[in-house]
Design a protein around this ligand. Structure first.
Ligand code: GLU
Length: 298
């Protein structure tokens, strides 16, 4: 099968070092495989979007030389596709309406899952009388869901005990990331997902949805996270500095830093941007990518 990868930033701000690591690793993995690398804008979570972020992300990728293939997929233009997937889940009895607030879930939950209180199944058998639909959840079971991450090795989860029935359409009317990503990856024909390890715990939910919707399961590689001195993931919320490039050759020091973070051989400092990228493709080795997160200098 022809390799198709993707980079799917949320337009919450400019690219920072953590997003550069994800973009570069995905781009190199695709180019080293002679494959395609697509860009998607994950802008469904509208309250988090920032004006100008999409342009800033595009410009920075171009300056870095991380050029994508084909049209950009923008989630906010694909609402019909998420709606169709939700309708299919409902029609097959896999999704059900839920009236619970976060506080009610926490109060009724019998145990902690990996992302907070596991959903106790309150609305599984139907909405409690007098209550109306807030969100839609998908039913899970407790069989193991396992996959072989190309960096982390075998990963296994039991969705019922680790997560519980999870939300696919949120109480604020927004399609949940877990549903959208599965629809998008299938629509873009993605064979290989390379992304940050903050999404490792989401992958079994995505595989579950792929099975329910009859979609192919791509291969996954989860990259170590770049942390700040407080061991927080670099992000807009933790005020990670933006990568601001005024000319193409300013890209080389950033590319070298990201390659070092990824455990890769370093191109000569005077290689020039395109020379550095060509070197990085030739020397790309996913086996050298570390599994442990690490702190990076501001
Ligand atoms: N939009 C997500 C993020 O910026 C990435 C989604 C994905 O790679 O699956 O964290």
């Amino acid at each position: 099968m022809n390799y198709r990868g993707r980079f799917a930033p949320s337009p919450t701000g400019a690219l920072h070092f953590g997003s550069l690591v994800a973009a570069l690793a995905g781009w190199l993995d695709a180019r080293a495989a002679g494959g395609r690398w697509l860009l998607r804008i994950d802008d469904l979570d509208t309250p988090r979007n920032r004006p100008g972020a999409v342009d800033a992300i595009r410009r920075t990728l171009e300056r870095l030389g991380l050029v994508w293939d084909g049209e950009i997929r923008v989630q906010s233009r694909e609402i019909g596709a998420y709606r169709a997937a939700l309708d299919a889940l409902i029609a097959a009895g896999h999704a059900y309406p839920c009236a619970c607030t976060r506080t009610e879930v926490a109060a009724a939950s019998t145990h902690a899952g990996i992302e907070g209180p596991a959903y106790p199944g309150t609305c599984r058998g139907g909405l409690p009388s007098g209550r109306s639909t807030r969100a839609w959840r998908v039913r899970v079971d407790d069989h193991a869901i396992a996959f072989d991450d190309r960096i982390r090795g075998r990963i296994e989860q039991h969705l019922e005990s680790d997560i519980g029935d999870f939300v696919v359409h949120r109480a604020d009317g927004i399609f949940a990331y877990q549903l959208a990503v599965v629809v998008d990856d299938a629509a873009q024909g993605i064979t290989d997902v390379v992304r940050g390890a903050d999404l490792l715990d989401s992958t079994p939910r995505q595989i579950w949805l792929q099975r329910l919707l009859g979609l192919p399961v791509p291969s996954y590689a989860h990259l170590p996270l770049a942390l700040n001195a407080q061991r927080q993931k670099l992000s807009k919320q933790t005020f990670a500095p933006a990568i601001d490039l005024h000319h193409d050759d300013a890209a080389v020091p950033w590319l070298r830093r990201a390659l070092a973070f990824l455990g890769q051989a370093l191109p000569p400092i005077d290689a020039g941007r395109d020379g550095a990228l060509a070197f990085a493709i030739d020397h790309w080795s996913i086996a050298r990518v570390p599994t442990a997160d690490s702190i990076v200098e501001g």
